[in-house]
Design a binder for this molecule. Structure first.
Ligand SMILES: [Zn+2]
Length: 101
């Protein structure tokens, strides 16, 4: 284990601070497309959410992504992201478990 300090990011929904690998990044690309970025490397403004659908729904209710991405996010985009989020959640949890082994 390296002793390098782990950079922490804040979940925009529940405001918990966590290491980046425990969070799912939502990115607004320079072409103003909003999508989930599992690589964490896409260019653009990012917002982080814990890898939990519950947190996504909280963000949707509180419009946390609008604030974090500094752009209004329409209901249909939230719906689309939510579907994507549900789809990646399992994959995300599995890759995290693998990384911990
Ligand atoms: Zn959260």
């Amino acid at each position: 284990m390296r002793t390098r300090k782990i950079p922490l990011r804040k979940c925009v929904a529940c405001q918990d601070m966590m290491s980046k690998k425990e969070l799912i990044r939502v990115v607004r690309t320079p072409s103003e497309e909003i999508s989930i970025d599992l690589t964490g490397k896409k260019a653009g403004r990012g917002a982080y959410l814990c890898g939990k659908v519950a947190c996504f729904r909280l963000a949707k209710r509180s419009k946390a992504l609008d604030r974090a991405l500094k752009q209004p996010v329409s209901e249909s985009i939230y719906d689309e992201l939510e579907r994507e989020f549900v789809a990646v959640e399992q994959q995300f949890v599995e890759s995290k478990e693998m990384a911990e082994e």
